[in-house]
Design a protein around this ligand. Structure first.
Ligand SMILES: *Cc1c(COP(=O)(O)O)cnc(C)c1O
Length: 227
């Protein structure tokens, strides 16, 4: 356990260095992008070293798994910001709004409406990103790129959601560059600040192409058995 937590601290520092170098290389300021440490499948005691090392933004892909481990950590460290980066079912909207500070996976009108309703009822103003199915993959969640502008504007003006950006997961095993550029264009057209793209294998390229949020899991916490 001691050795493991040291590994997390070392790898977290390495990832942060690589982020800073990538930003510098792209002529961007260090404040222009932030690390979301993706802690899915890892338990509280594996996450704690990263928190103690100063990491405050975390990503999870399952509402139920997060409800089991994050409330206690958030009580101990109230400035933690928790991002939902996985698919959301409408019957979990209230749980999601109460636990998460940012929901990155808004991808259909029913979910947008449920999140808006849960926010109103609970009085919690959750920030949201619209997930774009940037590679048009049938098995992946997200709004079709061609419908993105219309969906984003509907979320903002009709659903009254606080949409701060867009998110994508490019097709596995392809060069993500064109997908990163396409996501950046959608953000720009809709005047959205946050561009969530880049994972362990490609976050430096994402940062070179405008990412403001990178979601890095295995490069920090180690390889996962599932997910
Ligand atoms: C798991 C996950 C990540 C992190 O993936 P790594 O390759 O472990 O860095 C990022 N984004 C989403 C949506 C994920 O589900």
């Amino acid at each position: 356990m001691v050795a493991m937590s040291q590994d997390v601290i070392t790898r977290l520092a390495e990832v942060k260095n690589r982020i800073n170098r990538a930003l510098e290389g792209a002529g961007r300021d260090r404040t222009e992008a932030e690390l979301i440490a993706v802690s899915k499948t890892f338990v509280a005691e594996e996450i704690l070293p990263a928190i103690l090392a100063g990491q405050r933004k975390f990503g999870e892909n399952r509402v139920q798994e997060s409800a089991a481990k994050w409330p206690e950590l958030k009580r101990r460290f109230p400035d933690i910001e928790l991002h939902l980066i996985g698919p959301l079912q409408s019957n979990k909207a209230m749980d999601a709004v109460q636990l998460f500070d940012v929901i990155q996976s808004i991808d259909r009108t029913k979910i947008a409406a449920e999140i808006a309703k849960a926010s109103r009822i609970s009085g919690r103003s959750v920030r949201c990103l619209v997930q774009i199915n940037i590679g048009l993959e049938p098995q992946k969640a997200g709004v079709e790129p061609a419908l993105a502008d219309e969906f984003i504007q509907d979320c903002i003006h009709n659903q009254k959601l606080n949409i701060i950006g867009v998110m994508c997961i490019p097709p596995l095993g392809e060069n993500p560059l064109a997908y990163f550029e396409a996501l950046k264009e959608i953000a720009k057209r809709n005047k959205l600040k946050e561009i969530s793209m880049g994972m362990s294998s490609d976050f430096e390229m994402a940062l070179a192409h405008g990412a403001t949020l990178v979601r890095v899991g295995s490069a920090i916490f180690g390889t996962r058995e599932k997910n």
